[in-house]
Design a protein around this ligand. Structure first.
Ligand SMILES: N[C@@H](CCC(=O)N[C@@H](CS)C(=O)NCC(=O)O)C(=O)O
Length: 332
């Protein structure tokens, strides 16, 4: 994979999501919510796709929106279904996610990214607009939520969630990539400074409250979690985000463990996919493609003590049950 950076500044800029149709209860974009009709294509390595995996589990949408898991290692044609028998997704019948992009737009020449939601009957990509995908699972798929599903994007907290998300996106979710992919020192320095300033701010916020917004788990926690869980295995070393590890920032470490140990979070995390993807795909950053053996991940299971802050993780709802057998992560 070639990492595109600005030749003048050395900055990495994330490309825009090209396919932004929405799957809605009223079907106004031509894509009505319909259980079993769509397939959520993810890589378990990818933080943007992992938001969808978590939200889907918390809301109990596993049957309504089945998932296809791509091989964590892309080849020159990008994401592929080499984990499946015959190297094909068993439902879509395709070998590469790119086939769904081209079915939707034959002369598309942009990136092939996950998460992607594909319409099974036509084989066409509907959306790769990751910030909207999870919000729509919360607000448009309500008819198919499980009993006891939490409210992850409650109306009364939306402004605050949106504001927290903007900061977390710019200075955490995207900043780790901007540090890791920077081609000039100043671009790296800027991303590193923004990242740790934001983590300090979030740590102060989370010292006295269990979750980022309100007293329950929301979309904001999911978006921060997907970066925190990748931090020590990948971003600290591979992306040079190394002022501290998350495990050395007591508040964030306890917060991350609290979420990790909550059903629907840790049971979607595949550290093997995460490590192999980053260290093997970004050859510009890691030319030997050697995947480090560490860090020791056993600490994720240790008690976090955050219950003493109060909070009601699922609000008036309940935690989800265990994941479907086919989606259990191999504990390597
Ligand atoms: N679609 C967004 C965000 C999703 C994203 O970056 N996904 C990564 C994996 S973590 C991906 O699929 N990259 C391949 C590509 O964009 O060509 C983007 O292109 O910036």
């Amino acid at each position: 994979m070639t990492i595109p950076t600005d030749p003048d500044t050395g900055e990495f800029h994330r490309s825009a999501n090209h396919f932004d149709a929405r799957i809605t209860a009223d079907g106004r974009d031509g894509w009505p919510v319909e259980p079993g009709r769509y397939r959520l294509v993810v890589s378990r390595a990818c933080p943007w796709a992992s938001r969808g995996l978590i939200v889907r589990r918390l809301l109990g949408l596993e049957q309504a929106l089945p998932v296809a898991v791509a091989d964590p290692i892309q080849d020159e044609k990008s994401w592929r279904f080499t984990l499946d028998p015959g190297d094909r997704d068993p439902v879509l019948g395709i070998k590469y996610l790119a086939e769904a992009y081209f079915a939707a737009e034959p002369d598309y020449d942009g990136g092939i990214s996950v998460p992607a939601v594909v319409d099974v009957p036509s084989g066409k990509l509907v959306t790769n607009d990751y910030p909207q995908i999870t919000l729509d699972l919360s607000t448009e798929w309500t008819a198919h939520h499980r009993e006891g599903a939490p409210e992850l994007y409650p109306e009364r907290l939306r402004d605050e969630i949106d504001e927290v998300n903007r900061g977390v996106h710019a200075d955490v979710n995207a900043a780790v990539y901007e540090a890791g992919f920077a081609a000039k020192q100043a671009a790296y320095d800027d991303a590193y400074r923004r990242l740790f300033a934001k983590l300090d701010e979030l740590s102060a916020r989370l010292e006295k409250q269990r979750f980022l917004v309100g007293d329950t788990i929301t979309e904001a926690d999911i978006r921060l979690f997907t970066t925190l869980v990748r931090f020590d295995p990948v971003y600290h070393g591979h992306f040079k985000c190394n002022r501290e590890k998350v495990a050395e920032m007591p508040v964030l470490w306890a917060y991350a463990r609290d979420l990790y140990q909550t059903p629907g979070f840790g049971d979607t995390v595949d550290f093997d996919h995460i490590k192999r993807h980053y260290y093997q795909v970004h050859e510009q950053v890691n030319p030997t493609r050697i995947v480090p053996a560490g860090p020791d991940l056993s600490g994720w299971a240790s008690p976090h003590g955050r219950e003493s802050l109060g909070g009601r993780p699922f609000g008036d709802g309940t935690p989800p049950g265990p994941p479907p057998t086919a989606e259990e992560i191999d504990p390597r």
